[in-house]
Ligand binder design. Structure first.
Ligand SMILES: CC(=O)N[C@@H]([C@@H](O)[C@H](O)[C@H](O)CO)[C@@H](O)CC(=O)C(=O)O
Length: 308
């Protein structure tokens, strides 16, 4: 059994899946990361971040850019954030291992990995072998499988993956579960070990996942409505289900409105820019910038739903 580093603290609560600040020309805008960290901690009450995930456009960034970002987030989060998870998944095992090694060097608190989506693992055994090969290069870093079948097309049931996983990956610490399959999620919850975390990633139905046993939540909307979700978590913990449901319904109302107008990363990033005032720039092609009329109506909806 590997001896875990002192950074092996359990991941719980809200985790903001960060957007990547880009300049208007599409280059990394590193100078926005310090203000971004301050905005999350001070205005949203969010103390955990998930860097270079789907929201962070990781698969549209080069490995070199991802290293620069991960390094800067870790630097700026030091002493301010409780936990920095770096997503290291790429299409190639070698690139993924490279990023996993790098995350260990820069002292990230944990890593998460999606399944590759071109040549896909076909079953739990193949997925486990892939994850083991990644974890083996950073054996002291807490390791999470990141399940996001809507993007990867890898529909291996997570409960099958969990079967005996610690015999293969001693640093395994849980799952970031971004699927709407609540039966698979519930079965994972029933298999959880005390030092694992089950982090849910579909913000619009977080409350259902909390009922089933989620330890926390990682998502894009916690960047700009984290303060509301923290109220929902507090209400849930106190057993005030009606209050928790009211907040969940508010977010559903906002996203339902945005989805009808074509909610995607471009719209999501623009919403974050409008709410936070940070200069996060456009998304990277092929994702398009949010059209101004869509941005204006989603922003108006945000203010009407979350009237302070
Ligand atoms: C598919 C997707 O983008 N899911 C988001 C959610 O936060 C999502 O934007 C939200 O639930 C609205 O659908 C997160 O799970 C993604 C995430 O955590 C990441 O950056 O990897």
């Amino acid at each position: 059994m590997a001896i875990m580093a002192p950074s092996d603290k359990q991941l719980t609560g809200l985790v903001a899946a960060t957007f990547t600040p880009l300049t208007e020309e599409g280059e990394i805008n590193i100078s926005e990361i310090g203000p971004y960290v301050a905005y999350l901690t001070e205005r949203q009450g969010v103390k955990n971040i998930f860097v270079n995930g789907t929201t962070g456009e990781s698969l549209s960034l080069s490995v070199a850019e991802r290293k620069i970002l991960a390094e800067e987030w870790c630097k700026k989060a030091k002493g301010k954030m409780d936990h920095v998870t770096v997503h290291v998944g790429c299409m190639s095992l070698k690139d993924t291992q490279d990023l996993a090694r790098h995350a260990a060097e820069i002292k990230a608190d944990s890593i998460a990995v999606i399944a590759p989506s071109f040549f896909k693992p076909k079953n739990a055994q193949e997925l486990r072998a892939y994850l083991k090969a990644v974890a083996s290069v950073a054996p002291n870093l807490p390791f999470y499988y990141y399940h996001i079948p809507s993007f990867t097309g890898v529909n291996v049931l997570v409960r099958d993956l969990l079967d005996g996983i610690e015999d293969h990956i001693s640093s395994f610490r849980g799952v970031k579960f971004s699927s709407t399959d609540l039966m698979d999620f519930g079965l994972c919850a029933s298999l959880m070990k005390p030092n694992w975390s089950l982090i849910y990633g579909v913000d619009e139905q977080l409350l259902s996942a909390l009922v089933l046993g989620a330890n926390g939540a990682a998502g894009s909307t916690y960047n700009y409505v984290g303060c509301q979700f923290n109220k929902m978590l507090a209400a849930f913990e106190k057993g005030e289900l009606i209050q928790a449901r009211t907040i969940q319904f508010q977010l559903q109302e906002l996203l339902d409105f945005a989805m009808k107008l074509g909610f995607d990363l471009g719209v999501n990033k623009q919403l974050m820019i409008d709410v936070s005032g940070l200069s996060l720039g456009p998304p990277r092609l092929p994702v398009m910038r949010c059209p101004p009329d869509v941005a204006a109506s989603v922003k108006q909806k945000y203010h009407s739903v979350f009237r302070q």
